[in-house]
Design a protein around this ligand. Structure first.
Ligand SMILES: [Mg+2]
Length: 233
């Protein structure tokens, strides 16, 4: 059996206690000399979006001329600011219920490759999972990130291709699970023809996500036995 398990980060593996959005503010102050107003921050919902997508939305709502021109520097400083906030993140955020246990079990299972599929830039995703010691169970090199494509729906094939090229494993979409906490994770699984597990540990409740009819929908990952069996069956 071969399996590729693709984990979303924010709201699925970890919570950042708002530090994720604070570093966006700091990056904008560095580049533009001003932070987005509270009204703009409320309008840009971060969940499930890629970092380039979020940054562009901010720049457009801030009515910055030629937003695409500023994007590379905003993203570069976003990475700088998150790296600088790593200790604060470790002290104030946390991994979500069942996550370390489940990652450890999957890492020890034959034929399972697990990595990240996230809107975070690759560097930021690495900082976030390392802050809670989760990186030890993840093969980050074969992951797919916001730095690979601004459209999350393009990311499943990127991870499958990296697993083939870097680990020599041939995985089909039907061997693949996308695990996330928003309808954007679901849309990305659909686009990649992968299975989808949604958890209600991010902003959305089970009742918000039920209409999507993912393969599996859970309050959280605390029943690690049951989730492990389903992901590896
Ligand atoms: Mg998420």
């Amino acid at each position: 059996m071969a399996r590729l398990v693709l984990w979303d980060v924010d709201g699925t593996l970890i919570h950042t206690n708002g530090i994720g959005s604070e570093v966006f503010d700091r990056a904008f102050v560095q580049v533009l000399g001003l932070a987005p107003t509270a009204r703009i921050t409320q309008r840009v919902r971060l969940s499930g979006k890629t970092d380039p997508q979020i940054a562009l939305e901010y720049l457009e709502l801030m009515e910055i001329e030629d937003p695409a021109h500023h994007l590379p520097l905003v993203l570069e400083l976003l990475a700088v600011e998150l790296a600088a906030a790593a200790e604060t993140l470790a002290a104030n955020g946390g991994s979500l219920p069942g996550v370390p246990e489940l990652l450890a079990r999957l890492a020890g299972a034959d034929g399972v490759h697990q990595t990240l599929l996230t809107g975070n830039l690759a560097a930021n995703a690495a900082v976030k999972v390392a802050a809670f010691g989760l990186d030890q169970w993840l093969d980050l090199e074969i992951g797919a990130y916001g730095s690979d494509h601004a459209d999350r729906c393009e990311l499943v094939p990127i991870a499958i291709e990296r697993a083939r090229r870097l680990r020599g494993v041939e995985l089909a979409p039907e061997d693949t699970w996308v695990i996330g906490d928003t309808e954007r994770d679901f849309a990305c699984a659909q686009a990649g023809r992968a299975h989808c597990l949604l958890v209600a540990t991010g902003g959305s409740r089970v009742s918000d996500l039920a209409h999507l009819e993912p393969d599996l929908l859970l309050e959280d990952l605390s029943d690690t036995d049951a989730v492990f069996k389903i992901l590896t069956s």
